[in-house]
Design a protein. Structure first.
Length: 450
């Protein structure tokens, strides 16, 4: 009976779409899904060819006019620091890396196994698709950021898909999933998965999924009092996938949080973005009321405002504690030791090719305390202190202190009203220039929809 049950389970697994994540049964039996590394490599290369062709023909980009001599020069020069804009390096490159990552992930590779393909895609592009010398910071941002962005979008596309749906519902779901994770959408179409009718894998759906939108007004004080600040309007989208505090963490990104903000009167379309994914967790204390766990997480952060720029890739070790209170209320506390692999931060003095921000690794400490009812964060207090040692730029180091207090109170149904105060303090010590300090304050009022 046991043998027959196991055989039947394996047969059912084999009929699932090729891009299906591993089911709980397959995890327990340690049976990996079918992998196609050579196909993944071909897709990574195809992505670069398609993007390069667009830039070379329709985009008419001068840097895309590569030749054999360009390739020789790039191989001879090696990797250097580039002077591209902050949004290009810190936001566009991680998204581009997500395409490489998805090509591997959607061909049966796990989170860890897909990362080398992301790195390879970045190396291909840096050496052979541009006349500019290959970039160190692009390699880090594309690879690390691409793994985070790619996995998050892959998971979100899974929540939309329903392989048992038909008609308009099926078309709408496949189209939406393809917009969320384009490479996966193309693959499903080419393989015929978009039209195949079969059971939907159970682990495509997260056991805990919550999202909310905030729309409001903010006043940004650029080193001045808020009374003299800039009036702006913003829209922020937030999503929580899984439960980092009590959920079952079997694989990387079984729990992650996403925030992305669009603000008026800013130079870039996206002014804030934050993606934090839990890579692994181990319970230290577990009772009916409390759970304390040790977690390792990956974070991509991005802030690009008129007042300052800061963002990068980090690996964080955290203590996560949740205490269940009354009436479905809970107190969540996170204490994190942050290890920045590479951070870009605004600088008062120009560095490489006139770039107005420096690059370097860093360390930091962050405390966040949240009082919540169900999936609604009513009160959030956050404080952060970090230091970035400059590897490329004006030289020296940057110390940053931030604080945030947010209140979001339910009014009726899923509607809420809230307010938020943010403080950003930046002190720079330069090797060849005087120290520079700046304080930036932000006050927000918003309507939230949960």
């Amino acid at each position: 009976m046991l043998a027959l049950t196991s055989a039947a389970a394996r047969a059912a697994e084999a009929t699932l779409p090729a891009d299906a994540p591993r089911s709980e049964l397959s995890v327990e039996e340690a049976t990996a899904p079918e992998q196609h590394p050579w196909l993944a490599l071909g897709e990574v290369t195809a992505i670069n060819l398609v993007v390069w062709t667009y830039d070379r023909t329709l985009g008419q980009k001068d840097w895309s006019r590569v030749s054999l001599q360009t390739w020789k020069d790039n191989l001879r020069t090696g990797f250097v620091w580039d002077g591209d804009g902050f949004s290009t390096n810190q936001f566009a490159h991680p998204y581009h890396g997500g395409l490489y990552y998805t090509a591997a992930r959607d061909n049966g590779l796990s989170f860890v196994s897909a990362i080398p393909f992301t790195l390879l895609g970045s190396i291909q592009w840096e050496l052979f698709a541009e006349t500019e010398p290959p970039s160190i910071n692009d390699l880090v941002n594309t690879t690390m950021g691409g793994a985070a962005v790619g996995e998050a979008l892959y998971r979100l596309s899974s929540t939309v898909l329903d392989t048992e749906a038909t008609g308009r519902d099926r078309f709408g779901r496949e189209l939406t999933a393809g917009l969320i994770s384009p490479i996966r959408g193309v693959n499903r179409l080419l393989r015929g998965d978009s039209f195949r009718h079969e059971p939907t894998p159970s682990d495509w759906k997260s056991r805990a999924l919550a999202g909310w939108v905030s729309l409001g007004y903010l006043r940004l004080g650029d080193g001045k009092l808020l009374a003299q600040g800039k009036d702006q309007f913003f829209t922020q989208f937030a999503l929580r996938y899984g439960d980092a505090f009590r959920g079952d963490i079997r694989r990387p990104f079984d729990a992650f949080d996403v925030h992305i903000q669009f603000t008026t009167r800013e130079d870039s379309l996206v002014s804030h973005a934050l993606l934090t994914g839990l890579l692994a967790a181990k319970a230290l204390v577990r009772t009916e009321q409390d759970e304390l766990r040790l977690g390792l997480s990956q974070q991509l952060s991005y802030t690009d405002t008129l007042a300052y720029e800061v963002g990068g890739q980090s690996l964080d070790v955290s203590l996560l504690h949740q205490r269940n209170l009354f009436a479905r209320s809970k107190l969540k506390t996170v204490l994190s030791l942050k290890g920045s692999i590479l951070t870009g931060i605004s600088s008062a003095h120009q560095g490489t090719e006139g770039r107005d921000y420096d690059y370097g690794p860093g360390v930091g400490l962050q405390l966040r305390v949240t009082y919540a009812r169900d999936a609604w964060d009513l009160l959030t207090l956050e404080a952060d202190v970090s230091r970035v040692a400059v590897l490329d730029g004006a030289g020296g180091s940057h110390q940053v202190r931030t604080a945030q207090l947010q209140v979001d109170l339910p009014v009726v149904g899923g509607l809420g009203l809230g307010s938020e105060v943010n403080v950003f303090q930046h002190h720079s010590r330069f090797d060849g220039f005087p120290d520079v300090s700046e304080d930036t304050y932000e006050l927000r009022f918003f309507l939230s929809v949960h």
